[in-house]
Design a protein around this ligand. Structure first.
Ligand code: AMP
Length: 388
């Protein structure tokens, strides 16, 4: 879930930005101002109690705010999170929000403060008053709303600064620029909740076909360095030409080539739930690189899985594959098959051992049908999603 609060003085642009964000991130919008105006319009008991306070630009008592928010939240829609606008407005309301989030078994990701000068707020609200039809958009009430903001609402920021989830943005910029700045923060937040899987297994263990199928089923991006290198060769890029030369002379592709490719893949993947890495990391150095690449996006490895298949079965599978049209250039002879298995033993097995000590590696029995193994892997991924 992505739960955010937009903060700032009246006229900072919270409503305008909210409209864009709720659509882009599928968030459920909670504007206490809108909810109060609805109660007013319907002349409910709560609405009548709040009427004169809103008209004068004062803050409505916390008891009323709790009731209207609780009513809305418990309708519990199919949203990916909540966007709060105009709440919390007092220090007490910051605790109320904590309580609400705990009840929903979630928490606030960030509070984004749109910073605007007092006189800019007044000018914007007077302009809005010409068309908003809001009786509180007149100069006298505006001044009072701003006074309430500086006296009671601004101190709320300290609550979030202390928790390290406060982000300030220059609200005087254009609507587009402010939207970009907010999106950048939210993208980082979303990265934190990505499910990143490293899928290990010897050549012939089925990691490639299982990885691709898992990625498809769970909306994850499949990152296979082997496939990415092949794609470069096919596209005939400069990098592709270099890779061909290295392949032909039997050398390994250096990290200087692989890393930028993965970096670009991570940076260009939008709207995904996470990554499945296959064929990377292959060495201890690459395991450090992967941590760094994910960290750059505010993310980290979530689960490490190894598909285990006995050596004789691996050889028999790779040998069988070499006789079909699925034969890869690197399993066309017994010599090459043995070389690949040896490479895995000497370079990659130590990486798996290191991960096992640090994070724990989920070992999956790779014997059995594709579907049987797929089901076991799916269970690990679903558990991973629940943890997030
Ligand atoms: P807004 O639409 O957010 O500018 O809110 C309009 C008016 O509703 C405010 O001036 C307050 O009188 C009242 N109000 C909205 N949200 C709150 C809140 N969280 N706490 C107290 N009063 C609020």
């Amino acid at each position: 879930m992505l739960n955010i609060a937009l903060f700032g003085p009246p006229g900072a642009g919270k409503g305008t930005q909210s409209e864009r964000l709720i659509e882009k991130y599928n968030l459920f919008y909670i504007s206490t101002g809108d909810l109060l105006r609805k109660e007013l319009k319907e002349e409910t008991k709560l609405g009548l109690e709040a009427k004169s306070i809103i008209a004068s630009g004062g803050l409505v008592p916390d008891e009323i705010i709790v009731q209207i928010i609780e009513k809305t939240i418990t309708q519990n829609p199919e949203s990916k999170g909540f966007l709060f606008d105009g709440f919390p407005r007092t220090y007490v309301q910051a605790y109320i929000l904590e309580g609400l989030m705990i009840r929903l078994n979630t928490s606030l990701n960030c509070l984004i403060s749109l910073e605007v000068d007092e006189e800019d707020s007044v000018a914007r609200l007077l302009e809005r008053g010409k068309t908003s039809g809001r009786s509180d958009d007149n100069e006298e009430v505006i001044r009072n709303r701003l006074k309430e903001y500086y006296d009671k609402t601004l101190p709320v920021l300290n609550f979030y600064k202390d928790r390290g989830i406060h982000f300030a943005i220059n609200g005087a910029n254009s609507i587009e620029k402010v939207n970009e700045d907010i999106s950048e923060i939210l993208q980082k937040e979303l990265s934190k909740s990505l499910l990143n899987i490293v899928l290990f297994g010897h050549p012939g263990s089925g990691r490639g076909s299982q990885g691709a199928a898992l990625a498809k089923k769970y909306g994850l991006e499949y990152v296979s360095t082997g496939k990415m290198l092949e794609a470069e060769i096919e596209k005939g890029t400069e990098t592709g030409k270099k890779i061909t030369e290295l392949y032909e002379s039997g050398q390994l592709v250096p990290d200087e080539i692989v890393v930028p490719l993965i970096e670009a893949k991570i940076a260009n993947s939008k709207g995904i739930k996470g990554f499945i890495f296959k064929g990377f990391p292959r060495t201890l150095v690459q395991s450090y690189i992967l941590d760094g690449l994910l960290k750059k996006h505010g993310s980290a490895i979530s689960e490490i899985i190894e598909i285990q298949v006995p050596m004789l079965e691996l050889i028999s599978r790779l040998d069988a594959r070499s006789k079909t049209d699925r034969c890869m250039p690197y399993d066309s002879s017994t010599e090459k098959i043995v070389k690949r298995l040896q490479e895995h033993e000497t370079k990659t097995v130590p990486v798996i051992e290191k991960y096992n000590q640090q994070h724990g590696v989920k070992k999956i029995d790779g014997m059995g049908t594709f579907d049987e193994v797929f089901e076991k892997l799916s269970n690990v991924i679903e558990k991973g999603f629940r943890k997030i």
